[in-house]
Ligand binder design. Structure first.
Ligand code: F6R
Length: 608
């Protein structure tokens, strides 16, 4: 959702802001803007428009911007429509702000501070600017003004603030919505997202909640609301410097699909000892896995789908009670949670507010928590008792791919770990599983080598309005993700069904040439699965079959078939998922869509 950048240093700020906002485009947005210090005239100049960062560049082109201090924003409309006036930054009196999040009590504040008539936009953000301005006029002190103002705001916010008469400092404060900051040779910077900082430095810190940050040209200061100075706790980014760039691929989604062998290798690396899963380096005690009686996974979208695979594994390997909950529904469904529950929160960004709130709720109920996260130091990682980071590197495409398969990799390690310490699998059995898990990158590599064959299958569904995906067992779990992938990037209506469920209703939707994607990788389910495929075939369906090599037989050659390289059935989710990602990718790119930025979607979802 909205993106934020702030820079105060020696260089001209305009290109830095434009560049950072371009990097942040993937978060999803509808307007862009910047505010820069005009030191000569002792004022803050604002440039903004509805549209893309390119449109903002055009707005700026005709102006002479000579400034080394400024803030930028990409807006995802929540309060007020998409128009120039509602784009950030917003100014009131001396104060100019950009904001991520939602000020829930903005209507009350309009009444209380008598703002009706003085606001130029319909946004909650401008109200925050007005409240800050009110307290600045009262105190003539930026820190006191911020302290008083934030005590009046309800909701989530990351605010970045400039005062016209303090031209050489940028201020920031946040609650829930993230802000990361860094000091490099170029100057002081802050952003909503690490990807905007990673080309400048690999050192950064997460701004603690309710802490005032001051960005000076060559230093950063931090203060608690009661005036105590704080020191930033720097973290080191494990991402390579150019890892947030496209590196010659037309879209990030393709690049990230192709990166999966490395991402999975990096995620497994260092997490086995003598062939047995080992989380010592992650500082996770074995007791976390021995003392729990039930597991509950909370996550959204793709991350939740990774949880569905884990659910199957836990049932078959551990014979344990497990639930996988949509984080947005979790706390309203009266979940059964106690001290014996291990809650696992899964999130690429680590900032998804639904998942964060679900995790907090579970912890309040006494559950132990483990987070599976890609972005180091993110809010969910900090909220959780323990963290396992997926080492996928930055994921920029809105449609999640390498985050999913690295989350799966962690889940496999977890299941084998738990089966081992609970005495369900012996050393040799676990070692054999880990050996096979370590073959996954190579096997995915051979699917990637055959990507043109998937491209051909994709051409067959380009014109589809509706599409169905069918499978059983683990295949059904990954089809829910495959179906989500296809609908979000290609806008084709796609539904995943457990094959056995078809005859209980959905088969009514199958008519001549309805495309049906079937995945068959589970040996024990194969014959039933093939019967289900024939049922839809005989009603006119156009079948695209993704089948494990060992399960190929003469009769399956009648379909458009992609043969998946062999792994033990339990691990076939990896090559099959990657094949479905490629299918979605090619349908979207052949249709000429902006694959990386599907309509209405945002990469980081920070509103409930
Ligand atoms: C789909 C997709 C979303 C995310 C979901 C959770 O491709 O990316 O469904 O998986 O919004 O995001 P994270 O993992 O950041 O919590």
């Amino acid at each position: 959702m909205c993106g934020i950048i702030g820079y105060n240093g020696k260089k001209q700020v305009e290109p830095i802001i434009i560049d950072a906002l371009t990097t942040l485009e993937y978060r999803g947005y509808d307007s862009a803007g910047m505010a820069v210090t005009n030191a000569k005239l002792n004022r803050t100049d604002v440039y903004k428009c509805a549209g893309r960062v390119k449109d903002l560049e055009k707005v700026c082109e005709s102006k002479t911007i000579d400034s080394t201090c400024g803030i930028g924003h990409t807006r995802w409309a929540t309060h007020g429509g998409v128009c120039d006036a509602n784009a950030h930054p917003h100014s009131q009196g001396n104060v100019t702000v950009v904001h991520n999040g939602i000020i829930e009590n903005y209507k009350d504040l309009i009444d209380e501070f008598n703002l009706e008539g003085s606001l130029k936009s319909e946004t909650d953000t401008e109200v925050a600017a007005a409240v800050l301005n009110y307290y600045y006029n009262e105190t003539h002190d930026p820190k006191k003004a911020i302290t008083k103002a934030v005590k009046r705001l309800r909701g989530t916010f990351a605010l970045v603030i400039m005062f016209a008469d303090i031209p050489d400092v940028i201020y920031s404060i946040r609650n829930v919505s993230p802000i990361v900051a860094t000091l490099s040779e170029e100057g002081a910077m802050l952003a909503s997202d690490l990807t905007a900082l990673c080309r400048f430095t690999d050192q950064y810190f997460v701004v603690p909640e309710y802490t005032i940050v001051e960005l000076h040209k060559d230093s950063i200061a931090m203060w608690t609301l009661d005036g105590k100075e704080m020191q930033p706790e720097y973290l080191t980014m494990s991402w390579e410097k150019n890892s947030a760039e496209k590196n010659g691929y037309p879209f990030y989604m393709e690049k990230e699909i192709m990166e999966q062998p490395k991402a999975i290798r990096d995620t497994i690396a260092g997490r086995t000892k003598s062939g047995i899963p080992n989380f010592e380096a992650d500082q996770i005690p074995d007791s976390l896995f021995t003392e729990c009686e039930r597991i509950c996974v909370v996550a959204c979208g793709t991350a939740m789908h990774a949880g569905l695979v884990f659910q199957s594994l836990v049932k078959t390997r551990l014979n344990m009670h497990i639930e996988v909950e949509l984080a947005s529904e979790f706390m309203y469904s009266d979940p059964v949670i106690d001290e014996k529950t291990l809650v696992i929160a899964v999130s690429q960004s680590g900032e998804t507010i639904d998942t964060l709130e679900a995790l907090k709720y579970a912890r309040r109920k006494g559950a132990k928590s483990l987070a599976i996260i890609n972005v180091k130091g993110s809010s969910i990682a900090r909220e959780s008792d323990y963290v396992l980071y997926t080492n996928a590197g930055p994921e920029i495409a809105v449609a999640s791919t390498k985050a999913y398969t690295t989350q799966l990799s962690i889940f496999y390690l977890l299941v084998y770990k738990m089966a081992h310490i609970r005495g369900i699998m012996n050393d040799d059995e676990v070692r054999e599983c880990i050996r096979n898990l370590k073959r996954v990158p190579e096997v995915i590599g051979s699917v990637l080598d055959e990507k043109n064959a998937i491209h051909v299958i994709a051409r067959g569904v380009l014109e589809a309005k509706d599409l169905f995906m069918i499978g059983r067992g683990l295949d059904y779990s990954i089809l829910q993700e495959g179906s989500l992938k296809l609908k979000e990037v290609s806008y084709i209506h796609s539904e995943a069904y457990a094959s056995g469920e078809l005859k209980h209703g959905p088969i009514a939707l199958i008519t001549d040439n309805t495309p049906v994607v079937a995945v068959v990788t589970q040996t024990r389910l194969m014959s039933k699965e093939l019967s289900n495929i024939r049922e839809v075939k005989s009603r006119g369906a156009q079948i695209a079959l993704f089948i494990k090599a060992d399960l190929m037989q003469q009769s399956t050659r009648e379909f458009d078939t992609f043969v998946l390289p062999n792994l033990p059935d339990e691990l076939m989710v990896f090559p099959a998922s990657v094949a479905l990602q490629l299918l979605a990718y090619y349908v979207s790119s052949d249709k000429g869509f902006d694959v990386d930025k599907p309509r209405n979607l945002a990469k980081v979802v920070t509103v409930e």
